[in-house]
Design a protein. Structure first.
Length: 227
């Protein structure tokens, strides 16, 4: 997937300016503060928003999309999964099983918790495309579902192009490619080892970030030592 010279304007305000990006097969994570344009970028890729300049090249690949915000539809989970597609129920069931949601097939979608709704929509997105766009998929998840979803994303990223926005820097550390966005522009991009550092992340978020070694893993945490 290639994004070239993409600029988006909403209500007279420039939200994205001259975005040039390519995403690899694997896990691509977009990090950035609130208002940096992450959600707008995904919406432009799926065609929800028309650019004033530039565009997106997808090579006719099928896309799946899991939004950050959703309405509590008065439908069964299986009917939510079926909406807008002609994929067999057995395919949807296999992805729901991956995320531990298969027992919810006949539940009312509106009766699920926010985290459960999110898991259902991620399963739907994974089933529907080879290019998967996920907007804040880890928000509202408990610890068990967080770990389950991250493992699922990594496993399916071996065969699919997964692009996920997040406020979770830890997800960026295990990505194949990470993009940092700030004020509607690409702040930095590349492999996590070359992009993620205390200096870069502190500049990105405007707060001091600390690098911490946990066994063989590296994570970054917000410095709140002076509170």
């Amino acid at each position: 997937m290639l994004i070239k010279g993409l600029s988006i304007e909403i209500h007279g305000k420039l939200i994205l300016s001259g975005i040039n990006l390519s995403f690899v097969k694997g896990l691509n994570v977009i990090l950035g503060p609130n208002g940096s344009g992450k959600t707008t970028l995904l919406r432009a890729v799926i065609g929800m928003i028309r650019p004033i300049e530039g565009g997106v090249s997808l090579d006719d690949e099928e896309m799946g999309y899991s939004p950050a915000e959703f309405f509590p539809a008065p439908m069964r989970v299986i009917d939510v999964m079926r909406s807008g597609t002609r994929i067999q129920d057995s395919v949807y069931l296999s992805y729901l099983q991956e995320l531990g949601m298969h027992e919810y097939m006949d539940r009312e979608f509106s009766s699920l918790s926010s985290g459960e709704k999110r898991m259902v929509l991620v399963a739907k997105a994974l089933a529907e495309g080879n290019v998967i766009l996920m907007d804040e998929p880890l928000s509202n998840l408990d610890a068990r579902n967080y770990v389950r979803l991250v493992k699922t994303m990594k496993r399916f990223s071996k065969a699919k192009t997964i692009v996920s926005t997040s406020h979770d820097v830890e997800l960026g550390t295990i990505a194949d490619r990470v993009v940092l966005m700030k004020e509607g522009k690409v702040f930095a991009e590349g492999e996590p080892s070359s992009v993620l550092s205390e200096k870069t992340l502190s500049e990105l978020y405007g707060v001091k970030m600390r690098r911490v070694n946990v066994g063989e893993r590296i994570i970054f945490v917000k410095d709140i030592s002076d509170i």
